[in-house]
Design a protein around this ligand. Structure first.
Ligand code: PEP
Ligand code: MG
Length: 297
């Protein structure tokens, strides 16, 4: 089996009838890049940047961040690297942020909500990301979006950071930007969101939590948790359709993207990209290559 999978390295992620998708990997640290390359992912679809903040007992500096992003971009040698901005709060707490204790942290002050209200922290990360973009193929993605207005604010801040870098003569590339679709609200406004960004990445872990109103961290709720709940699948389908209508490509980077039972469903929905843990890359490629979408399912 392992040998069979190994033979798929260097092969395309394409169905028997010629539908090709991008198959990327998720990482949570610079060192994970080795596993991405070893498993022959075509890029990185989700680089969780939290590690920089979790590892440290004070705010990581612009240069520390720049070095981490640059190293990953260089190691990936021109392949796509989608870096997600800070997704702290809720399950990921960092003392030096001095966040208040909350009754409902998953519904609380987290991710983009922190970035939009503590703009110095956000701008430092954006500067580091843009500077690193000169060394590879970086895209930037924003978590926990619920509204079009948030994206407009983000784009304004990004513009300010770019203007600043330009004035200082610091090089950067024109990066693609995307949003994570991980709240039902984002799905419902996805047609408008698609007009603001280049791509969507569906975060099925949070999308499932918020759709089913089931805490993703509470094992007591396992018996109520249905990863294949039709409501979640319908929201994914809507996201793909609306994304395409608005001109954005659409991927999945939550755990569900690695679910072999759903690969065919996602391809039939028209998904453009799947981003999975490095060890799932070759099994997913194998599955995609076994499918023939021209046949009735
Ligand atoms: C998700 O919510 O599906 C996701 C990919 O992000 P995280 O698991 O980091 O919240
Ligand atoms: Mg999430």
């Amino acid at each position: 089996k392992q040998k069979l999978l190994k033979a798929l390295k260097g092969e395309k992620t394409i169905t028997k009838d010629g539908k090709e998708i991008h198959l990327y990997a998720n990482i949570g640290s610079v060192a994970d890049t080795a596993a991405v390359l070893m498993n022959d992912a075509e890029g990185i679809g989700l680089f969780r940047s939290e590690f920089l903040y979790l590892e440290s007992d004070t705010y990581p500096t612009e240069n520390e961040q720049f070095n981490a992003y640059k190293t990953v971009a260089e190691n990936m040698a021109g392949k796509k690297v989608i870096i997600r901005t800070l997704d702290i709060g809720a399950d990921k707490q960092v003392d030096y942020f001095e966040l208040d204790k909350e009754e409902n942290p998953a519904l609380g002050y987290r991710a983009i909500r922190i970035c939009l209200t503590r703009q110095e922290v956000f701008k430092t990360q954006l500067r580091a990301l843009l500077r690193a973009s000169a060394y590879g193929n970086i895209s930037i993605m924003f978590p926990m979006i619920i509204a079009v207005d948030e994206v407009r604010k983000i784009k304004q801040i990004l513009k300010e950071v770019k203007d600043e870098l330009r004035e200082q003569g610091i090089p950067f590339k024109d990066v693609e930007i995307g949003v994570m679709i991980e709240t039902p609200a984002a799905v419902m406004v996805s047609e408008q969101l698609a007009q603001e960004v280049d791509f969507f990445s569906i975060g099925t872990n949070d999308l499932t939590q918020y759709t089913l109103a089931i805490d993703r961290q509470n094992p007591k709720l396992d018996e109520f948790y249905d990863a294949h709940h039709p409501a979640v699948l319908k929201l994914i389908q809507m996201t793909i359709e609306n994304g395409h209508k608005g001109g954005a490509w659409v991927g999945i980077c939550g755990e569900l993207g690695a679910d072999l039972e759903l690969t065919e469903t996602f391809l039939r929905m028209g998904v453009d990209e799947l981003s999975v843990s490095p060890t799932f890359v070759l099994p997913i490629r194998n599955r995609v290559r076994s499918l023939d979408l021209s046949q009735e399912s």
